[in-house]
Structures are given as structure tokens and as C-alpha cells.
Write a protein that binds this ligand. Structure first.
Ligand code: TPP
Ligand code: MG
Length: 550
């Protein structure tokens, strides 16, 4: 035999290695997964390319961890889900990431192409059913195509609005060999550097003239790295700021322009409101959270997928940071707004003062507000707080103060219970220098509770605090309000979820009385292990909520 075939053998790599090469070239260092034979060559490639595998107990956690990685780092999170059930199990997280514009790449295993239609194990065409919950969904049709498809998925997931990009790899093609992929990273969009909206004159004119302006900013601001520009804008033009979703922390909670309790007063009373990086969905009353006469300026990285439910006076689409900087310059020199800020601060302080009684509530089982009073003592300015539950997390949304971008993660508008442990796993890996605090309802625990095993195996000292009221409170109370009774709303009272976590190798604490909570939290953090502080909370407390399903 000539030397030629041998030379070719030594340079060729399998399709899984190509996947890993393209990921590594783009700076991806972690792959969240749960094992399946369809993925073995990708695992082998990751091993060769130095990409760490983080294996979980249910694919939904792998996919939520990929989304959590994106939320914690503003870089693409990547998961690999095995053919068929692995992919279907990841679909809630894909839908969640689509609604949150979270950049993530989902790699799917797939039954072999050469036998397609003959009934291979776990054979199903994923593309038609993942397409509606992703930005792009494709199948590799040849080994030689794998590299460019991975590059394209990485670019697509980042291009505003971000979201999940799905690629699956038929078993035969991803195990076969090809020449290695090109060196160097694919060209990925630099989201922070996108040019701003061009025609801002009208919006700037509205803002300059505004006597009572307000800013409502959400998740899109975070993805666009707009926090610096927002801060400059609100400080220089003296505009009160309200934040939701991932924008929380983009102006610190103790900043003079930051407000939360005065939201309805400010949005209803504003003459001009900048609505930045947030859709006018149920969280903003479909536009009804603003006053009838408030002129809205919609600002986003890209035009909305469907028309705004209420017509804005101006719309600015482009790089959010650049748009805000331009607005600041052009809208300078407006009226004095100190009286507007002062009255809002008064409202803010009054509403906060009215919460004191509940914060000091000494009942046992605890009032959820009391839990948050105690938690404030152990949360640092850069603690990453993750919420997964119903009423317990609604209280958290109100009471947890966020000081830095990326330090608050909730499921977002898709509202999927069970996202928390995946997010916490990713946050803890991405930010080992920070505390990761997971707030869990007892109902929420059931979806991904076994991921405490994942945290133990990977040595991730996530501390979880559970509001254990023995019910699905966010459903039980509204159903009783509507029908006078409730069904399918009970859980086991006082269930020892802390023992479950202990038996998985973590640290467990049970808290019955308010005074026990502080020391239990300290022991949990000091344990250095994944921990669950199981706090018994009063099931008769219902979160006072205005908006419901529609
Ligand atoms: C996957 C999923 N299933 C069901 C729901 C509906 N849901 C929203 S909140 C909630 C109750 C959550 O209960 P728990 O976690 O115990 O928190 P609590 O309201 O009791 O504080 C339910 C069932 C959902 N949002 N997501
Ligand atoms: Mg509950």
C-alpha cells in the first residue's frame, strides 16, 4: 500500500470532533447534556477539544442550564440532547429561550440517515416540532456540512433578537470522518457594537420636552449591553427608571433614579415613556400600564415580531446602547424634573414603609415576606438570585433588590416551572466567585429537584431556599377566588425536601420558626455543599396580584 491513505487517515476527524472544534473556536467551554449513544462522537470531540461536559438528570435541566449560561454570561449556552425523547424533553427550555431572546445552541442526536424511515431506535424528525420554538432548526445532511451548520447556529442565536438555534446530526454522519473544519472562529455578531437607530430626531424632541418622563426597560437591554448607556441617560436627563426581567440590576437598586414600588404611579403619570427592550405583553398590561395620554417611545434591537398592542409615538430599532447614547445627547436641555423625581420617591418610600409590618411578621409557619427580610441579610450585591415557583417567587420579585446585571433570573414570560435548578447549575459554574441562591416553591421542586444530585456530583455549592406551603399557592388561591373551591392544588404538607437533598449528598435544613432562619442560612452557605433550606410557610397567605392569565 502507498503511504497516501495513511496520511489521510491521520488528518481526518469524525463529525463529533468537528462540532467540538467549531464550538471551541467560538469560545464555548461547557456542554450541558444527558448521555445518549447518538451523542458519543460529540462527547469524544469535546474531550479532545477541552470542552467540559456537565451531565444532568433530565434533559430539561440541560437545556435550561444552557439558557442559564447565556443569562449569566451573555454568551451562547450549548446543550446536547439525545435523539427523540432527549430533544422532546428539552422543548420547554427552547420555548423559554425563544421568549427570553436567550442565545443558545441545541445540538440534537438523530437516528441514522441511511436507515431513515425504517424505524431505528428513537427515530423521529425533530425539525418540524422544534421549529416553532427556535430561531432556526436544521438537520445536517452530510458530515462535511457539520462545521458550517454549527457556525451558523452560533451566529443565529446571537443575532438580535437572540434565541435558540437547533441542529441535529444523524448518527451515521456525526460518527463518519471528514477533513477537519477550518481554523479560526466563525464570524459572530458583536451585539454590543450594533449601530443605533438612525432617525431619532422625533423621539429626542418628545423626550427633551417631557416634564414627567419615565423609563421601562427589560431583557433586551441586558442582551444589548445597554446598562452603561441607560445609566448615563437617566442620570443626565433625570429620568426615573423601572426594570423587569434580565434588565434588573442594569441600574442598581440603590441608585437615585431607580424605583420599583412607584411603578404604576410613574407609568400612568408619565407624559413620555421610553419602553426599552421589553415587549408590551401581559407584564405591561398590553400597553395599559401607561397613562392614556403617555406618549410611548419603543426602543429595541430589532422590530417586534408582532405589532405593538398600542401604537408608539416613535419607534427606534438598532443597537440599544448606541440609540440611548444618541438620545441622551439630542434630548438634553429639557425642563427641570426634580419635582417629578421627588414625588415618585415619596410614593416609593410610602409603599415601602407599608411593607414593614409584613416583613416583621413573627408567625410560624412563616409569612413569605419574613423569609425575604431574613434573606436580605445574606445576599451580597453580586449574589445571583434565581426564582422558580409561584407566589413565593412573586414575593421575591418584589422584595429582592438587584444591584448588578445578570444577578436576577426568573423564567420570564414563558413562566416554566422547573427552570431554576438548570439556571442555578449554569450560574454557579459560570460565576464560581459569586453566591448562587435558588428560591424554590415546594411545587417547583418536583420538576427538577433531582438536579441537586447534579450539583453534588459537580461540586456546585448552590444554596436553595424553599417556601414550603404544601400547596400550589399561585393556582389554589385564584381558583378558590373564582369558584369558591380548588382542586389539584394540594401537596404534602411539611414534606421533608431537605432530607431529599441530604440523601442526594447535599446539606439540608428545616426551618419552622422565623428565628431559626438566619442561622440555618448561615450553616447552608458555610457547608460549601449544595443546600436546601426548607422553610415552612403559611399556606393561607396569597400574593396580592392584579394581573392574571390574560
Ligand atoms: C411547567 C409548569 N406547569 C404548571 C405551571 C402553572 N403554575 C404556575 S405557578 C404554579 C404553582 C407553583 O407552586 P409552588 O412552586 O409551590 O409555589 P407557590 O405558589 O406555592 O408559592 C403552577 C402550578 C407552570 N407555570 N409551569
Ligand atoms: Mg407551594
Amino acid at each position: 500500500m502507498s503511504a497516501e491513505p495513511q496520511a489521510r487517515e491521520s488528518t481526518q476527524v469524525h463529525g463529533g470532533r468537528v462540532v467540538a472544534q467549531r464550538l471551541a473556536a467560538a469560545g464555548v467551554s461547557k456542554l450541558f447534556t444527558l448521555s445518549g449513544g447518538h451523542l458519543f462522537s460529540i462527547y469524544d470531540g469535546c474531550r479532545e477539544e477541552g470542552i467540559d461536559l456537565l451531565d444532568v438528570r433530565h434533559e430539561q435541566a440541560a437545556a435550561f442550564a444552557a439558557e442559564g449560561w447565556a443569562k449569566a454570561t451573555r454568551t451562547p449556552g450549548v446543550c446536547a440532547l439525545t435523539a427523540g425523547p432527549g430533544v422532546t424533553n428539552g422543548m420547554s427550555a427552547m420555548a423559554s429561550a425563544l421568549m427570553n431572546s436567550s442565545p443558545m445552541v441545541v445540538l440534537g442526536g438523530r437516528a441514522p440517515a441511511m436507515r431513515w424511515g425504517q424505524g431505528s431506535l428513537q427515530e423521529i424528525d425533530h425539525v418540524p416540532f422544534v421549529a416553532p420554538v427556535t430561531k432556526s432548526a436544521v438537520t445536517a445532511s452530510a458530515t462535511a456540512e457539520i462545521g458550517s451548520l454549527v457556525d451558523a447556529a452560533l451566529a443565529t442565536c446571537l443575532q438580535p433578537p437572540g434565541g435558540p438555534a437547533f441542529v441535529d446530526f444523524p448518527l451515521d454522519q456525526v460518527f463518519m470522518e471528514v477533513e477537519p473544519a477550518a481554523n479560526g472562529a466563525a464570524e459572530l455578531p458583536d451585539v454590543a457594537a450594533i449601530p443605533g437607530a438612525t432617525d431619532i430626531a422625533h423621539a429626542a424632541e418628545l423626550l427633551r420636552a417631557a416634564e414627567r418622563p419615565a423609563i421601562m426597560a427589560g431583557t433586551g437591554l441586558y442582551w444589548a449591553h445597554g446598562e452603561g448607556a441607560l445609566r448615563r441617560l437617566c442620570e443626565e436627563l433625570r429620568i426615573p427608571v423601572f426594570l423587569n426581567g434580565l434588565a434588573r440590576g442594569c441600574v442598581p437598586a440603590d441608585h437615585e433614579c431607580f424605583f420599583s414600588r412607584a411603578r404604576s404611579t410613574a407609568l400612568k403619570g408619565a407624559d413620555v415613556a421610553l419602553v426599552i427592550g421589553v415587549p408590551m405583553d401581559f407584564r405591561l398590561g398590553f400597553g395599559g400600564s401607561f397613562g392614556d395620554d403617555t406618549k410611548l417611545v419603543a426602543i429595541g434591537s430589532a422590530p417586534p415580531a408582532s405589532p405593538h398592542p398600542r401604537e408608539p409615538a416613535a419607534e427606534l430599532y438598532g443597537g440599544i446602547a448606541a440609540t440611548l447614547d444618541a438620545l441622551r445627547a439630542e434630548a438634553a436641555g429639557g425642563p427641570d424634573r426634580s419635582e417629578w423625581l421627588r414625588t415618585l420617591r415619596e410614593t416609593e418610600s410610602e409603599k415601602r414603609a407599608a411593607e414593614q409590618e409584613e416583613l416583621n411578621d413573627s408567625r410560624a409557619p412563616l409569612h413569605p415576606m419574613r423569609v425575604y427580610r431574613e434573606l436580605q441579610q445574606v445576599i451580597d450585591r453580586d449574589t445571583i438570585v434565581i426564582g422558580d415557583g409561584g407566589d413565593f417567587v412573586s414575593y421575591a420579585g418584589r422584595m429582592i433588590e438587584t444591584y448588578e446585571p445578570g444577578c436576577w433570573m426568573d423564567p420570564g414570560p414563558y413562566g416554566c416551572l422547573g427552570s431554576g435548578p438548570g439556571y442555578a447549575i449554569a450560574a454557579s459554574i459560570a460565576r464560581p466567585d459569586r453566591r448562587t441562591l435558588l428560591l424554590l416553591g415546594d411545587g417547583a421542586f418536583g420538576f427538577s429537584g433531582l438536579e441537586f444530585d447534579t450539583m453534588v456530583r459537580h461540586n456546585l455549592p448552590v444554596v436553595a431556599v424553599m417556601g414550603n406551603n404544601g400547596i400550589w399557592a399561585l393556582e389554589k388561591h385564584p381558583m378558590e377566588f373564582l369558584y369558591g373551591y380548588s382542586v389539584a392544588a394540594e401537596l404534602q404538607p411539611e414534606l421533608r425536601y431537605d432530607k431529599v437533598v441530604e440523601n442526594l449528598g447535599g446539606h439540608g435544613e428545616l426551618v419552622r420558626e422565623p428565628d431559626e432562619l438566619q442561622p440555618a442560612l448561615e450553616r447552608a452557605f458555610a457547608s460549601g455543599k449544595p443546600a436546601l433550606v426548607n422553610v415552612l410557610t403559611d399556606p393561607s397567605v396569597a400574593y396580592p396580584r392584579k394581573a392574571n392569565l390574560a
